[in-house]
Design a protein around this ligand. Structure first.
Ligand code: ZN
Length: 512
């Protein structure tokens, strides 16, 4: 060791002492996770005041290498209600071991910090939150729809959850009405829900059992909780790959054919995704019919399936008379695919939305759509019969690709021409782009869904079917019930096939 080096070390040590005495730290920020081991919720749904209230106990463990003196809680309902100007969601109390804890809300009402003395690395604690949320009359993911004295409540994004502690930081991504922004790890949920009202049927993430107006829900290894309660919903059950599929349909006349397509599509999708991607990690899947305007939404073990828009506007009794049978099949195939990519393989939906949406769209169009299972073939035939009949709803098809050749053409066109900006950007990045380029060709849906599905199809074509399938299965099996990042998916792809052609596809669709 030279004298020069000794001098450098001495200077470094002096700087360290000065820095520590000033209260700053040369040590990198704490890494590792803070995990919610379980959520125990005791909830009341007041169907007269339309208020959800109760307590949520979060058992959590500090798996970082630093002591914690606060945790971040996300209450997305607060942001949704603020944006809708339709009430409030309030966390009114926080306690641990019967001691009150300080709650500090950020400017974003969905971000709250709960402060406490200290939680050492490896230690666990329980934080109990008391909260109350208005349920708006809104045909969105958090709201109720009422008609003729009958109601359906969609209770989602309304349960306070522990934020993700990722790379030494709490996730404070805002709630977004365009795209999705939830990012959470898996946990166990134990829920008791008491409904003020009679004859409510409840569908929820996990397994639910009702006794009178009390429903108990148990869900293991899920990254969120969704509950639907309605006094005109009934449940039809079937199985696929040993999984219990509950088709939760609303009790209206003349919807038998439509409802059956929904169930058959769910069964076909579960079978195809199990074969091509991997095993569904839960025992039950609820497919819930609702009033979302022709769209759907995914939660662990539960998907929301909105009815066709023209039909919703008119609310005619006979859904079968719309002749829209392909639409529910594709919607179900898409939302069910999110059980594999979002519920099982988690991702930061705000930072890397392509990891759930491009994959779900690829499953819908590249596996279910091109695969033409029985449900889809029958739906196309039934819909074509309506095309020539006097259906007042018009003809609505909606397949992204008719065949492999069609998908290949589109992928090649995108790779050789314009149309692809990048499929792997954050929701915020696309939001910024919207402001500058109000053009469908460049917007979030086009890039992340349509072009994202074309990217995965182009990869499959470049690698050949079997190698692509094995890479997808490997990715799925490694990250099932964990959280993935785009870079790890690409690493697995390149480990399977490192050819120039594969790199060309990646370069055409992704931007870093
Ligand atoms: Zn989706």
């Amino acid at each position: 060791m030279t004298g020069y080096k000794k001098l450098l070390i001495l200077i470094a040590l002096m700087l360290l002492v000065i820095c520590l005495s000033l209260g700053c730290s040369l040590v990198s920020r704490p890494e590792g996770s803070v995990d919610a081991d379980a959520y125990t919720m005791d909830l009341n749904l007041d169907t007269e005041e339309n208020i959800l209230s109760g307590t949520v106990r979060i058992d959590l463990t500090n798996h970082t290498d630093k002591p914690l003196d606060k945790i971040c809680i996300r209450n997305y309902a607060a942001s949704i209600l603020e944006r809708l100007d339709a009430g409030e969601s309030r966390i009114t109390g926080a306690e641990a071991e019967d001691r009150k804890l300080k709650i500090r809300q950020r400017r974003d009402p969905s971000v709250l910090y709960i402060h406490f003395k200290k939680l050492e690395p490896g230690e666990s604690m329980s934080v109990k939150l008391t909260y109350e949320t208005d349920i708006p009359e809104w045909d969105g993911i958090l709201g109720y729809h009422e008609k003729d004295g009958k109601t359906q409540y969609l209770l989602t994004y309304c349960f306070p959850m522990l934020s993700m502690f990722d790379n030494g930081r709490w996730n404070e991504n805002p709630y977004t009405f365009r795209g999705e922004s939830i990012y959470s790890g898996v946990s166990d949920y134990h829920v008791k829900l008491k409904i003020k009202g009679e004859d409510y049927t409840v569908a929820a993430t996990g397994e639910e059992s009702s006794d009178g107006n009390v429903t108990v829900i148990e869900a293991k290894d899920v990254r969120d909780m969704a509950i639907v309660a309605s006094d005109y919903m009934e449940v039809k059950t079937d199985t696929a790959e040993g999984i219990r599929i509950n088709n939760c349909i609303l009790k209206w006349e003349g919807a038998d054919q439509y409802n059956q397509f929904s169930m058959d599509a769910a069964k076909d999708a579960v079978e195809m995704y199990t074969e091509n991607i991997g095993e569904y990690p839960y025992e039950e899947l609820d497919v819930v019919q609702c009033f979302l305007d022709g769209s759907g939404m995914e939660y662990p073990g539960l998907v929301l399936i909105g009815c066709p828009v023209p039909w919703l506007r008119q609310e005619k009794a006979a859904l079968d008379e719309t002749g829209w049978f392909v639409q529910p099949c594709l919607l179900v195939a898409h939302e069910v695919a999110h059980q594999w990519f979002y519920a099982a393989v988690g991702n930061n939906q705000y930072e890397e939305p392509w990891l759930d949406e491009s994959f779900a769209q690829y499953c819908e169009s590249g596996i279910y759509g091109i695969g033409r299972p029985d449900s889809l073939r029958r739906a196309i035939t039934a819909e074509e019969e309506y095309e020539s009949s006097e259906s007042e709803y018009g003809y609505e098809y909606g397949l992204l690709w008719d065949s492999e050749a069609d998908a290949r053409n589109e992928a090649e066109m995108l790779m050789n021409g314009s149309g692809v900006v990048a499929i792997n950007k954050s929701v915020a990045w696309y939001e910024k782009k919207y402001r500058f380029w109000k053009n469908y060709d460049y917007n979030y849906d086009r890039q992340v869904y349509t072009n994202g599905a074309a990217f995965l199809f182009a990869l499959r074509d470049a690698m050949e079917d079997e190698a692509f399938r094995q890479a997808m299965q490997r990715y799925y099996n490694i990250y099932c019930l964990k959280e993935a990042k785009g870079e790890v998916f690409l690493r697995i792809i390149k480990e399977t096939n490192d050819s120039e052609q594969v790199q060309k596809v990646i370069d055409a669709f992704l931007e870093f």
